[in-house]
Write a protein that binds this ligand. Structure first.
Ligand SMILES: *Cc1c(COP(=O)(O)O)cnc(C)c1O
Length: 359
């Protein structure tokens, strides 16, 4: 036996591990998972049929170029196929963006707290994270983010709406920010929750990107479209960014099942967005009820709510779990609860009310 281990890249030391949302406990009376911002509805029958049909060919490699999906996306968003790139979820595409732009000595700016994948994929790339605190209102501080740009900055994430706070940046402030970003720095608009937005002042990244070659938009089929388990997301970006993404893609990363289910989902968009509408109504109900209970709830445009609980975060999460819903706590900071089925939301609201009474 050799005494030394294989040499690993120094950048890997100390990478925070991605914490998946805790699964709903098995065996309890009821257990709803409100910890991963998933869509609570099961797959639509038509989408399921396409996926099952594709499963019949899984002895074959998938279409590496995702031709059918790329054509469908090109039509849906009115963008050329050359401006599209698919990947294993939008996290996969985000990692490719880092591979394509950033390495040791480079800086990546993002708000904090924001999506917990950002520090992980940044550190893997070897680049340095520059975390800019959210404002007191839990919103991206775009002025401070622009001030943080240096000669080393390669990429900036803007998560809109922000995970885990649900807050948004609006058109005028985003445009003003983008005007301050040098044209050789890539701005990634992560719009994983785009379909849940009801605030007309929140811009559609796909409109923003058209006049701005240094903007890339990330979208996913994991949330509103309900395909989290199939791992498919995409970017819309100008050349040469989109081309770089196609170069850095893991060959055959997106399965045929995922490709065909994504196409079927786009074709069933009306029905899927109807379900999103129901979740948005539930969001309004949950936020109003929490405020009536006395909580401070930031305005959310996503399928989740954020409560800043500080030291009481873990106790609150435990109380929710005991009541039958699993939420996503960030120790010492706060918790995020996904808007789920009505029953699940009711249990969550009841647990929040009880917790408040006992404060
Ligand atoms: C869920 C989420 C994603 C999408 O993840 P997938 O890899 O597409 O499943 C991307 N960004 C944010 C901010 C998210 O919350």
């Amino acid at each position: 036996m050799s005494e030394t281990n294989p040499k690993l890249r120094a950048e890997l030391a100390g990478i925070p591990t991605y914490k998946p949302g805790k699964p709903a406990a098995a065996g309890g009376p009821v257990a709803y998972k409100l910890s991963s911002n998933e869509n609570p509805y099961p797959p639509l029958p038509g989408v399921m049929e396409q996926a099952v049909a594709a499963a019949g060919t899984f002895n074959r490699y998938p279409d590496m170029a995702c031709t059918g999906l790329m054509n469908e996306l090109s039509d849906r968003f009115a963008v050329p196929v050359t401006h599209l790139a698919t990947g294993t979820g939008s996290v996969g595409v985000a990692q490719q963006l880092l591979q394509a732009t950033s390495g040791p000595g480079d800086e990546v700016i993002y708000a904090w707290r924001s999506f917990e994948a950002y520090p992980i994929i940044t550190q893997i790339s070897g680049a340095t994270s520059v975390k800019v605190p959210l404002t007191d209102g839990e919103v991206h501080d775009l002025d401070a983010m622009a001030d943080a740009i240096t000669d080393r900055t390669r990429l900036i994430f803007v998560c809109n709406p922000n995970n885990p706070t649900g807050t948004v940046v609006r058109r005028a402030e985003l445009e003003r920010f983008l005007d301050r970003v040098p044209s050789d720095v890539l701005v990634v608009l992560d719009e994983a929750y785009r379909e849940f937005i009801r605030d007309a002042e929140v811009p559609d990244g796909v409109e923003i990107y058209r006049d701005r070659p240094n903007v890339a938009v990330l979208r996913t089929f994991s949330k509103a479209y309900g395909l989290a388990g199939l791992r498919v997301g995409f970017a819309i970006a100008h050349e040469p960014v989109a081309a770089a993404l196609r170069k850095t893609a893991v060959p055959f990363g997106v399965s045929q099942l995922a490709q065909d289910a994504a196409v079927a989902s786009l074709r069933a968009e009306d029905e899927l967005l109807g379900r999103v509408g129901t979740l948005v109504s539930e969001r309004t109900r949950v936020v109003n009820a929490l405020r009536e209970q006395g909580w401070t709830v930031p305005e959310t445009q996503a399928n989740f709510v954020w409560l800043r609980l500080g030291d009481r975060t873990m106790d609150f999460a435990a109380a929710c779990e005991a009541a039958g819903v699993v939420v996503r706590p960030f120790a010492g900071e706060g918790m995020r609860a996904t808007i789920g089925e009505t029953e699940a939301n009711d249990i969550f609201l009841h647990a929040a009310q009880q917790f408040r009474k006992e404060l």
